[in-house]
Design a protein around this ligand. Structure first.
Ligand code: G3P
Length: 496
């Protein structure tokens, strides 16, 4: 069979997706499935790694059944994934020893607080580019080893493996033959030295994590292994890229030049600026991370992570039930006729960049007797935009690079109220590409490049789309943002 397609597996925080692209970069078919989320305690978020694996198998089956594409027409697979989420499994049984601790989860906050109290902030920052936070995998591994009976002994005996979701899926797809990750996922573990490009022995020693648990770290766009004994692929299909989803979006948005920047509005929102060949260590608690490693050359990035973005809409739907469908949020926001003076701070699992407050929890300010459901929906959408502004302002301060425009993607970019308000509060134009599947396309592109399906990374041009121009006067913009700053400050004061 002619190899006509590249398959992207996009394993996200709330759903697993599979997408087929053709040679022109067109999306041929997509399948998606949500899987259960577990919230055992305040601020804890967990997944069952086996349920994730089942959801991936299920979307692959769906994709082939409904698209008419044949597995034998797939030239290569690229995997992209929710980052940091931590799976520890027994390599003999293939079974996880606990639920996966999701990137949003806070159960290792005490371990982080202790590391900070012991003065390790700079130690971690200069090696990993990260701030000490329960967001990253390192303290999640420590938590699992502390809390699952006999886990430390099993780890020391070499029986346990750790992986982020890319590694777990690679291991499952190759039937345990490949145990690897890529530099982008490694750079989010808080165990990887991004300057020396290796697992950091001093950190492993400090956290008492045996190196035998850790996968081999590989560059992007190369063959990591082949599907094996996997019933949807009668033959071996190469898995030719692994990549954290936010970095994949950066690639999918074709931000290959220094200073180019994208924001992906998913469960959280993740703003990444390409900073070129040298790591830029932030003075303002942005993360220094690896954007990609191609042709043995690392490109670095600065990142600001917002923990709650699209999931605030999910909360409006499932938690307080003022929406039936997420799509209603656009119309309701337009209907609201308040003067934008209600502020919702969605610090449900603490605050990410640039605040890094693990203990903050959400708050709403400015309620009156006249406040209605439309106003709350609008305030929730505006909060996503204000948090984005917090980060872009910090990036400009940090790098001295002023941001002429922002490339956006992710589910919430379909919401035109959100996009216009974002352009207005930032006072920069926003470009949404025609095909919003940038994350999946990013990993597909690098998988395709690895096997010669495409010849160079700009062969497929995808930058047409919709442009949102800012349209708010300066005085109003500044007044609104000052209100947000007051709200986010008050939230933190209350939470302490
Ligand atoms: O760092 C977490 C991020 O990778 C999660 O992305 O798209 O699953 O919300 P998403």
């Amino acid at each position: 069979m002619e190899k006509k397609y590249i398959l992207a597996i996009d394993q996200g925080t709330t759903s697993s997706r599979a997408i087929i692209f053709d040679k022109k970069g067109n999306k041929i078919a997509v399948a998606q499935k949500e899987f259960p989320q577990y919230f055992p305690k305040s601020g804890w978020v967990e997944h069952d790694a086996n349920e994730i694996w089942q959801s991936v198998q299920s979307v692959l089956a769906d994709l082939f059944i409904h698209s008419g594409a044949q597995p034998s027409e797939i030239a290569a697979i690229g995997i992209t994934n929710q980052r940091e989420t931590t799976v520890v499994w027994n390599k003999n049984t293939g079974l996880p020893i606990s639920h996966a601790l999701v990137w949003q989860s806070r159960q290792s906050a005490d371990i982080c607080d202790q590391l900070i109290a012991d003065g390790y902030e700079n130690f971690f920052h200069k090696k990993t580019g990260l701030v000490i936070d329960a967001y990253f995998s390192a303290t999640k591994i420590r938590w699992i080893l502390d809390n699952v009976p006999t886990a430390q002994e099993m780890a020391e005996a070499g029986d346990l493996l750790f992986g982020t979701i890319d590694t777990w899926l690679l291991w499952k797809l190759t039937n345990g033959e490949s145990f690897a990750t890529d530099v982008t996922n490694a750079s989010r573990t808080m165990l990887y030295n991004i300057v020396e490009e290796k697992w950091d022995e001093e950190i492993l020693h400090l956290l008492n994590i045996p190196v035998s648990m850790l996968p081999e770290v590989r560059k992007n766009s190369e063959i990591y292994g082949y599907t094996k004994d996997f019933h949807f692929f009668g033959e071996s299909v190469p898995i030719a890229n692994l990549m954290g989803d936010q970095q994949a979006a950066l690639v999918g948005q074709q931000c290959f030049e220094e200073g180019m920047i994208k924001n992906t509005y998913g469960t959280g929102a993740f703003i990444i600026m390409n900073t070129g060949e040298n790591p830029h260590f932030s003075e303002n608690k942005l993360l220094t991370t690896i954007a990609y490693k191609l042709d043995d050359k690392v490109t670095y990035a600065l990142e600001g992570s917002i923990f709650i973005a699209g999931s605030v809409v999910q909360w409006l739907r499932d938690g307080v039930k003022i929406l039936t469908h997420a799509d209603q949020s656009e119309e309701m926001a337009y209907k609201s006729d308040t003067d934008d003076d209600i502020y919702l701070v969605p610090a449900f699992t603490g605050l990410g960049a640039p605040y890094w407050n693990q203990n903050a929890r959400g708050a709403i300010f400015g309620l009156t007797r006249a406040t209605n459901d439309n106003d709350l929906v609008k305030a929730a959408l505006q909060a996503i935009c204000y948090q984005t502004k917090d980060i872009l302002d910090t990036m400009t301060n940090d790098t001295g690079i002023s941001i002429p425009s922002l490339r956006v993607d992710g589910g919430a970019t379909a919401n035109s109220y959100l996009m216009q308000f974002q352009a207005d509060v930032l006072n920069v134009p926003i470009r949404r590409p025609e095909n919003a599947e940038t994350t999946a396309f990013g990993t597909a592109l690098l998988a395709g490049l690895a096997i010669g399906f495409w010849k160079n990374k700009t062969e497929v041009e995808r930058m047409d789309g919709k442009l949102y121009q800012p349209n708010m006067d300066k005085e109003r913009r500044e007044k609104l943002y000052q209100g947000w700053v007051r709200a986010v400050t008050a939230t933190q004061t209350f939470s302490k």
